[in-house]
Structures are given as C-alpha cells and as structure tokens.
Design a protein around this ligand. Structure first.
Ligand SMILES: C[S@@+](CC[C@H](N)C(=O)[O-])C[C@H]1O[C@@H](n2cnc3c(N)ncnc32)[C@H](O)[C@@H]1O
Length: 244
C-alpha cells in the first residue's frame, strides 16, 4: 500500500511524531478554537480530540471539498472549509472566529504564493493571538524565481546571521539545519511578521525533508518593536540615499 499522499493520508512515524509535537505544544496552554489541514485520514483531528478538544472547536480546511465532506461525516460537529487556506481564514475572520492556534500544513516548498497567503492570514488583527504552526517542504524551492527575489527585495544579511546562531530554536538535531533553512525561516518570518520560537525538522519515508515552525502570537509590544525598527530602517535608507 502507498504510504503517503493526499489520497491516503500521511502515515510515517516521523510525521506522527511531528503531529504529537505540535498538538502537545498547543494543548500545553489552554483550549480554544483551532484550525488545521488534516488531509483525508484526519489524524490531526484525532490528536486534538484526544487532548480534550470538542468537535465544534475544530476548523478543518482542505482545498478539496470532498476531503472535508468525508471528514465531517466521520467527525460530526467539526466546522469545515472546502477552499484554499487563505479563503478559509478570510471566512473565519468575517465570522468573528478568533483562533487560539492553527497548523497550516502546506507540505509544499516555500514559494511566492505561500508567502502571500501566509502574510494575508497572519496579519489579520483578530488572529494576532493565534499560535501559528507552518509546515513546509525543504529543498524544492525554485531558486531563481523565489528565494533570489526575496533576498534581493527583503533579506538583510544580518538577519540570516542572527537566525543561524540561534541553534536553540532547533527542536531536533537529527536533521541538521542548513543555510537554506535559515533563508526559509527568514522568509516565513517576514511573511507573518512574527517571531519563530520553535522548529521541528523531519524526514518522510521517501526521503523528503520537512520543517514545522511555530510563530509566537503577535503581541502589541512586538508590533511596536517592528514598527520602530522599520521606521528606523526607513530613516537610515533616506540618510544613505541623501548622503551616499
Ligand atoms: C500535507 S497534507 C496535511 C497532512 C496532515 N496535516 C497530517 O498531519 O496528516 C496537506 C493537505 O492540505 C491540502 N492543502 C494543501 N495546500 C492547501 C492550500 N493552500 N489550501 C487548502 N488546502 C491545501 C491538501 O489537499 C492536503 O489534503
């Protein structure tokens, strides 16, 4: 039998330990509304229910409406969104849903599209308190189309160096972080305008490596700091342009 894929679910031991890592962290604190993309076999739904969540607190997203329809039959009472993740978050925002936590499991490479979608969902004021987990595939970026452009537009070299020295962010040292991970982290962090405080890299049975990161909820003091830093950066840029 095929072991992974959206038609079958994701059954490796590494993926299961990542799920456990995420849901242990989420449930360590308190319980509120949570969003997830559990795929057809719904293992993340099981993880949440096992830790005391009620079905009505679970917002289940999949761009394939058939997947969420199936999950709703298996887990009556869950809320479902058979649309793209950013549309689902827009809908939640409109309906006044304030998420306590979300796991956005794209399982695809960091791309301009992902950057845009993360940005839209993370900066919604009503989601500022949300503990946000994002899973991405490592090592499949289109270098020329994506990373290089981001680097040119956004990436101050100092930010990469800082992140690189923060080895305490790596939950597991089994799969060593690379310079590209540092780049991926910076891009994700820029997209969400949040700080990453936990990282969990893992390898699937077919050899692909992934990375799940946790972003701290955006607090007002973070917003103030970010605005202050960007204000100072803009001032500095003006100064450099004027004086060379
Ligand atoms: C990698 S699987 C999720 C695995 C699951 N979290 C687990 O622990 O087993 C990703 C699922 O999300 C859906 N998906 C991927 N990208 C999406 C997007 N941008 N919007 C909505 N659904 C998406 C896919 O159809 C797939 O079922």
């Amino acid at each position: 039998m095929k072991e992974r894929g959206s038609a079958f679910g994701y059954r490796s031991i590494a993926k299961q330990s990542c799920r456990k890592w995420i849901w242990d962290l989420i449930c360590d604190d308190e319980i509120g509304d949570v969003a997830m993309m559990p795929s057809i076999d719904g293992r993340e739904i099981f993880e949440a229910l096992e830790r005391g969540y009620q079905p009505f607190q679970l917002h289940v997203i999949d761009r394939n409406p058939a997947v969420v329809a199936t999950l709703q039959r298996i887990y009556p009472g869950i809320k479902t969104y058979g649309v793209e993740v950013e549309r689902a978050f827009e809908r939640m925002t409109r309906n006044g849903v304030r998420l306590f936590a979300a796991h956005v499991d794209y399982c695809s490479n960091v791309s301009a599209k992902m950057w845009g979608s993360l940005r839209r969902l993370a900066i919604e004021p009503c989601q500022w308190d949300c503990m946000l987990f994002v899973t991405v595939l490592r090592g499949r970026e289109s270098w020329t189309n994506n990373i290089r452009r981001f680097m040119a537009q956004k990436g101050p070299a100092g930010m990469f160096r800082d992140l690189k020295t923060r080895s305490d962010m790596w939950h597991s040292t089994e799969i060593a972080p690379t310079e590209f991970d540092v780049l991926r982290l910076s891009m994700l962090s820029m997209a969400t305008r949040r700080f990453i405080d936990q990282v969990h890299p893992y390898k699937s049975t077919n050899g692909q490596t992934f990375m799940t990161v946790r972003f701290c909820p955006l607090k007002l003091d973070h917003v103030n700091t970010i605005m202050k830093i960007s204000g100072e950066a803009a001032q500095w840029q003006r100064h450099v342009r004027k004086n060379g």
